[in-house]
Design a protein around this ligand. Sequence first.
Ligand code: UDP
Length: 333
Amino acid sequence: MTDRRRVLVTGGAGYVGSHVVLALAARGDHVVVLDDLRQGHRAAVPPQAEFVQASAGDREALDRVLGAHDGWHAVLHFAALSLVGESMREPYRYLGENAGDGFALIDACVRHGVPRFVLSSTAALFGLPKTIPITEDAPVDPGSPYGESKWMIERALLWADRLHGLRSACLRYFNAAGADPGGRIGEDHAPETHLIPLVIDAALGRRPTLDVFGDDYPTPDGTCVRDYVHVSDLAEAHLLALDQLGTRSVVYNLGNGRGYSVREVIAAVEAVTGRSVPYRVVARRAGDPAVLVASSERIRAETGWTPRFSDLQDMVRTAWLWREANPHGFGDR
Ligand code: UDP
């Protein structure tokens, strides 16, 4: 018998999931990663973790993995289709796959007696928010089937708590950014749609120009404002929220509580890299709220979470180091 905590991480080969796996493994937890590698990268999983190639909704694989041992400490669920725009074009695939996988996983946790569940959730639950900063009590009104699919899993977790005592932490991230400061892993999406890696690629000359989606928003410089939060700080938040899970389930919003505009991101990349970023202003992207900034007071107060990389330039620096050193990401696409 070992007294290392045994945790299952779905989507542990993806961007946020792999940073959480790294943090769990670093503190000595026994991590089993379940990932179908449709979007994740095998090389993002550290050698200390066990790896199983399967999707998060694969009941047979879940029964095999969870049934192989007693005494699971927790399941952390990251695996999901995660492109907001794509979800508007393929709503039922997003609703069906994301929610369906989540339900199958929750059901497996209940059947195998897993007592704790951490969900990778999203600020996309809040659609076009009426009040900034956004607290956990803000009205939920997802702006996309992607956001809706995460909300469906949050609701299922509420029932799993009521009916079966499965305690959960739903962590609603704002804009995950940056990379492991040790340079071991980073962000590698195909296609890449996120602002910071795209700005870095424009600075590196890997793309001709950055398209700024609108500069006529009601914000100080007219471009959208987002709350960027470093992926290693997100990872730390998962560990704290998991360790804190006791007699009740929780939801936490995760951001830095301060917003940066698209132009400020461009300026930060220019400052960090010493290169200029070619960009042009194009039409707004459908569905983009002008401002999304989190209130993370609750997780700070309840778990002591304090982001270490709250400065935008620090976030950009780690993303830059990873992207410059790994021009083809993990090199498997
Ligand atoms: N954005 C942009 N050009 C791009 C990608 C993103 O101007 O090529 C803007 C986008 O409109 C949003 C912000 O950058 O205001 C962050 O977008 P991202 O897709 O990274 O995250 P989101 O906030 O959509 O989750």
